[in-house]
Design a protein around this ligand. Structure first.
Ligand code: DUC
Ligand code: ZN
Ligand code: ZN
Ligand code: ZN
Length: 478
């Protein structure tokens, strides 16, 4: 098998940084060495096939995006990135593993939903991939089937307190699923928004002819997120289930998570780049020649963008420093404007919810290092190490150490990345939610299980490079 040496770089982990060389043999890391210790002329040096000079650059474990929705049927259409295009875009951006959501729809058997997801992904991915299971129909049969998921490498499931008639679970269903979570050690992931109340508010806005995309965020008020987050926390407390709140955007929801954690409850949360950088005010102000106020549809996602005046974005950055929020995923759920988002012209309720960010998460979060919001080590922790620990991949993924998969990114802090559809853009979308963002940093080289898949602004990987990841239980169980 080919050997690769990454030399002269600064290896960054969740706990520190050091000048070190990294030796890769085949798919694995075999050694982390003193700089220059694989001296030219030695036996080892003679057998190194590829040398990557990382002088002045950071050498970090490949990103793990634990929240993606490739090819998700949703809102009368389907998320526009396939497993092929979405994982390739991920690789471009320094993400070397994803955990996508397999879906059980209402009335469907869990096994059938999962099998369909395997079929979509198998042989198509550029990088390694695992699955969580969305349980859209909690009933006796589903609960029985869920008990078999851990053996299949699926150690987490997601429930929705939102979207009545689509994925929604009521409190009785949530309680039963959480009891199973406690019994099996599967992590309960929760979309925490009060869907039935939101649907009433949304209908009332439309009756008042408030139909523009901006009203999506008005209907999905932060009170709806705070209330559902609290309810999920109390149900988890009662049952003893480990709980992970997905895509937290409201500062009041973070306060609920912090309150529960301070009392010792095993509650975790993720946020997404859109809740750190984008705001409801900017969505309101987004008016284009082509789309008018419907331009704002590009940023319709759930939970929604929040008001900057109300301080949500600052609170989210702070939560990353205090560890009240432990990791950053994208909730990558891309839709084009043409034929997809435009389904909601005249009625914001019909805009398919979702933003595409998988390609930009590592860069956007590195920008937080540049602006002093987080440390370099925290960047690695939020984007790779904690996702690996949270979702049963640690050791194989999320760390640069002997024995780990050689998933490595060489990141250039002196490089530059301009984001936009005509610039850096490999996602299957006709627009970018991040158009015009300028990043002081650049993903130079991406190695996925020992294979260089991105180098020098070239894609060198292939469809089918990625394998299914059988995940273990979360390391955060108590
Ligand atoms: N939120 C989104 O924005 N898209 C998909 C599902 C979700 O919960
Ligand atoms: Zn969700
Ligand atoms: Zn999601
Ligand atoms: Zn560069």
């Amino acid at each position: 098998m080919a050997t690769t040496l990454i030399t002269n770089g600064t290896v960054v982990s969740a706990t520190g940084r050091a000048q070190a060389d990294v030796l890769i043999d085949g798919e694995r890391i075999t050694a982390v060495l003193e700089p220059g210790s694989v001296l030219l002329g030695t036996d080892v040096a003679a057998s190194v096939d590829t040398v990557i000079d990382a002088a002045g650059k950071y050498v970090i474990p490949g990103g793990i995006d634990a929240h993606t929705h490739m090819q998700l049927p949703f809102g009368g259409t389907e998320a526009s990135d396939t497993f092929e295009t979405g994982t390739r875009a991920a690789a471009w951006g320094g993400t070397t593993s994803i955990v996508d959501f397999a879906v059980q729809t209402y009335g469907q058997k869990i096994q059938d939903g999962l099998a369909a997801w395997h079929e979509k992904a198998a042989g198509n991915c550029a990088i390694d991939y695992g699955f969580h299971q969305i349980v859209g129909d909690v009933n006796d049969e589903s609960l029985l089937a869920m008990r078999g998921l851990v053996d299949e490498g699926i150690s987490s499931f997601k429930l929705f307190m939102a979207y009545p008639g689509v994925f929604y679970s009521d409190d009785a269903q949530i309680l039963k699923a959480m009891q199973l979570s406690r019994d099996t050690g599967m992590l309960t992931m929760m979309h925490a928004e009060n869907g039935p109340a939101i649907d009433v508010l949304a209908a009332q806005l439309v009756e008042q002819r408030k139909t523009d995309p901006f009203y999506h965020g008005k209907a999905r008020a932060w009170e709806m997120e705070e209330e559902a987050t609290h309810r999920a926390i109390m149900l988890a407390k009662l049952t003893g289930a480990p709980l992970y709140i997905v895509h937290v955007s409201a500062k009041q929801a973070v306060e609920q998570v912090a309150w529960a954690r301070d009392k010792g409850q095993n509650v975790f949360a993720e946020t997404c780049p859109q809740y750190l950088y984008l705001s409801l005010e900017e969505q309101l102000g987004a008016v284009s020649e082509k789309w008018g106020a419907f331009e704002g549809a590009k940023w319709v996602c759930s939970t929604p963008l929040r008001s900057r005046e109300e301080g949500h974005q600052d609170a989210m950055w702070q939560s990353l420093r205090t560890n009240d929020v432990q990791m950053v995923s994208t909730d990558h759920c891309p839709f084009c404007m043409k034929d997809q988002k435009e389904l909601g012209l005249g009625d914001f309720r019909k805009i398919p919810n979702g933003i595409g960010s998988i390609e930009h998460r590592m860069d956007l979060m590195y920008q937080g290092v540049v602006t002093g919001e987080i440390t370099l080590e925290r960047w690695v922790e939020l984007t790779s190490t904690t996702p690996a620990r949270m979702f049963g991949l640690y050791g194989q993924k999320g760390v640069i150490q002997p024995g780990a998969d050689a998933d490595i990114v060489v990141y250039d802090p002196n490089g530059h990345t301009s984001i936009g559809v005509d610039k850096t853009h490999h996602m299957n979308m006709d627009h970018s939610a991040w158009e015009g963002f300028e990043i002081d940093g650049h993903v130079d080289t991406v190695i996925s299980r020992g294979k260089v898949v991105v180098d020098d602004n070239q894609y060198l990987g292939a469809k089918g490079d990625g394998r299914f990841l059988k995940r273990g239980l979360s390391q955060y169980l108590i």
